[in-house]
Design a protein around this ligand. Sequence first.
Ligand code: PXP
Length: 243
Amino acid sequence: MLLGVNIDHVATVRNARGSIYPSPLEAALLAETHGADLITMHLREDRRHIKDADVFAVKNAISTRLNLEMALTEEMLENALRVQPADVCIVPEKRQEITTEGGLDVLSQQHKIAEFTQILTAAGIRVSLFIDADAAQVQASREVGAPVIELHTGAYADAADQSQRHHQLMRLEEAALQASELGLVVNAGHGLNIHNVASIARILSIQELNIGHALIAQSIFMGLPAAICQMKEAIFRARSIPY
Ligand code: PXP
């Protein structure tokens, strides 16, 4: 299982003081050295954390690959074509939200998503759609021609009790299985941390996890290399237990 380290919140801290540190680029390089399989960053329309220059700097310096999260807008499409990341993950975006709440509604935007997917694919960029664990959204993702989906694990991570968590986990398992049977690559992320990652890591059809907030938060106490190492150990321990 691959780990994508999302470095958005390094930029959040930097921007809080309008300074030049901590540097997302430095974080990306350190993350790679200590086990990140890819670097994920979300260039939001309001540029609240990652700025355009960060994306170019990271893309040009890393030796793994860049997964650029972006909204379904013409401006972001042009940005992606300029940056040429290995992957683009299309996410829904609302100005007022604190973080990406809920998955992309592929069903109601099939035409536009198919068009973006075609353009990005022609430019050599692999397209992933960030969706909820919902059979109709998985099917629609297949139909628009996206090769990858990322399942939104927020409802699982935020579940109020054990029974809700179990219910959300079952939904994720079913969606992951459905997607892999359709030939899609399945990733997952959002709200994952050292305490809840194991159940998701045990879903064998999921290939990659993208984790940000918990890793950056944990690195305040133990440093980014140790936080990444701790997360990878938790993932591999879970993965090695027969399911
Ligand atoms: N995957 C996607 C598509 C996201 O939008 C985010 C948040 O930017 C993440 C993963 C990481 O979520 P978290 O910061 O909660 O780990």
